[in-house]
Design a protein. Structure first.
Ligand SMILES: Cc1ncc(COP(=O)(O)O)c(C=O)c1O
Length: 360
C-alpha cells in the first residue's frame, strides 16, 4: 500500500488513523456483526454513533445550548436554497460576494426574494476580502451571508463582518474545525464535510434555535425545512449514516490532537512553510493579498500556463497529487486541510524548490 500526499480541495485527505479504524470496523462494528453501512439508523448502535458525534462536535466548537446541530444531505449547495426558504421572512437578504460559492448562493437566493450584494471582491478576481466594518446593511435584511473561507481563491475572513445586528449566516465548508470559532456570533454556520471532516454526502448545519420555525416560505418542501430535521434530531428520514459515523471519528481524532486551538497551531505552522517559500520564490507567486490568506487553500502560479501544467504533472509523478488550480483560476492550488500532515507540506515545498532550480 502506498498513500500519496493528496492536496485536493475536496473530497480531501482524511486522517489515516480514522481510515484504519473504519477499515477495522468494516465487517463487524463493535460486535454487532455488521458494518455501520448495513445497520438500521434507528438501531441502538447508530443512535450512540450520532449522539456521540453531536456531543463531540459541541465540545470541540463550544456550541451553546440554544443552537441545534443538524446532520443533513444535499451538500453545501442545497443550503443555498434552504437558507432563504427558511430565513427570508421579509424576502430580503444581504450577500457579501467573495468568490464563486457566495456568488452561487446569492443567485439561488434571488429565486426567493431581493438580494443585495453589499460588498464584493470580484473586481480583483476575488483575491482579497473587502472591508466589512461599515457596510450598507439593509434595514429589512433577514440575514447577512458570507462564505468564510473561499476554497477556490484562497481567501479567508479574518474578522467577521459588522452585520449591524442582523443574523450572520456563514458557509464554512472549507474551514470547518480548522480553528476555534465563537458560535454565538452566527445565526447559522454550515458546511459540506468533504473537506475537513468526512466523506461527501453530509452537510452539518449549526443553527440558533429561534431561526428554526414553521414560518417558512410557502411551498418549502418538508425535507428542506430546518424544523423537520431539528424535531427529529436529524433522523426524520434515513440520514447519511456511514458518513456521519466517519465524521464522528474525525471529531474524536481532533479532540485527541488537542481540539481546535491545537488544530489552529498546526494549520498555521503548515501554511507558514508554504507562504514563506512563496514570498521569496522567484518562480512561484501566491495570488492572494497577504492579510486575507487562507490557512486551508493556497493558490499559486508561475505566470506561464505551460510551466504550471508541467509542475502539476511532475508533482503527481512525485506523489504530490491534485495540485491543479480550479478551472476558473488556473495555476495551482494546494489544499492543506486539518488532515494534511506537516511532512506533506514540507515535501511540497521541497519539490517546488527543486522545480524552481530546474526551470528558472
Ligand atoms: C465554500 C464552499 N461552499 C460550497 C461548496 C459546494 O459544496 P457541495 O458540493 O457540497 O454542494 C463548496 C465545494 O467545493 C465550497 O468549497
Amino acid at each position: 500500500m502506498s498513500r500519496v500526499y493528496n492536496f485536493s480541495a475536496g473530497p480531501a485527505v482524511l486522517p489515516e488513523e480514522v481510515l484504519r479504524e473504519a477499515a477495522e470496523e468494516m465487517l463487524d462494528y463493535r460486535g454487532t456483526g455488521m458494518s455501520v453501512m448495513e445497520m438500521s439508523h434507528r438501531s441502538k448502535a447508530f443512535e450512540e454513533i450520532i449522539t456521540t458525534a453531536e456531543q463531540d462536535l459541541r465540545d470541540l466548537m463550544n456550541i451553546p445550548d440554544n443552537y441545534r446541530v443538524l446532520f443533513l444531505q444535499g451538500g453545501a449547495s442545497q443550503q443555498f436554497a434552504m437558507i432563504p426558504m427558511n430565513l427570508m421572512k421579509n424576502r430580503v437578504a444581504d450577500y457579501i460576494v467573495t468568490g464563486q460559492w457566495a456568488k452561487k448562493a446569492a443567485k439561488e437566493a434571488e429565486k426567493y426574494g431581493k438580494v443585495n450584494r453589499i460588498a464584493s471582491s470580484e473586481d480583483k478576481t476575488f483575491s482579497y476580502i473587502p472591508d466589512c466594518s461599515d457596510l450598507p446593511v439593509s434595514e429589512d435584511a433577514d440575514y447577512v451571508y458570507i462564505c468564510e473561507n473561499n476554497t477556490i481563491y484562497g481567501t479567508k475572513f479574518k474578522e467577521l463582518p459588522n452585520t449591524k445586528g442582523k443574523t450572520l449566516v456563514a458557509d464554512v465548508s472549507s474551514c470547518f474545525l480548522s480553528e476555534p470559532v465563537d458560535v454565538t456570533k452566527y445565526g447559522i454556520i454550515y458546511g459540506g464535510v468533504q473537506k475537513n471532516i468526512g466523506p461527501a454526502g453530509v452537510v452539518i448545519v449549526i443553527i440558533r434555535e429561534d431561526l428554526i420555525t414553521e414560518d417558512v416560505l410557502p411551498g418549502t418542501p418538508t425535507m428542506l425545512t430546518y424544523k423537520t430535521h431539528a424535531d427529529a434530531k436529524s433522523l426524520y428520514n434515513t440520514p447519511p449514516a456511514y458518513g456521519i459515523y466517519i465524521c464522528g471519528k474525525v471529531f474524536q481524532w481532533i479532540k485527541k490532537q488537542g481540539g481546535l486551538e491545537a488544530m489552529k497551531e498546526r494549520n498555521e505552522k503548515k501554511a507558514k512553510v508554504l507562504y514563506d517559500y512563496l514570498d521569496q520564490s522567484r518562480l512561484f507567486k501566491g495570488t492572494v493579498v497577504a492579510k486575507d490568506r487562507s490557512l486551508m487553500n493556497v493558490p499559486f502560479v508561475t505566470g506561464d500556463a505551460d510551466l504550471d501544467a508541467k509542475f502539476v504533472k511532475e508533482a503527481k509523478a512525485a506523489g504530490l497529487e491534485n495540485l491543479k488550480g480550479h478551472r476558473t483560476v488556473g495555476g495551482m492550488r494546494a489544499s492543506i486541510y486539518n488532515a494534511m500532515p506537516y511532512e506533506g507540506v514540507v515535501a511540497l515545498v521541497d519539490f517546488m524548490k527543486k522545480f524552481e532550480e530546474e526551470n528558472l
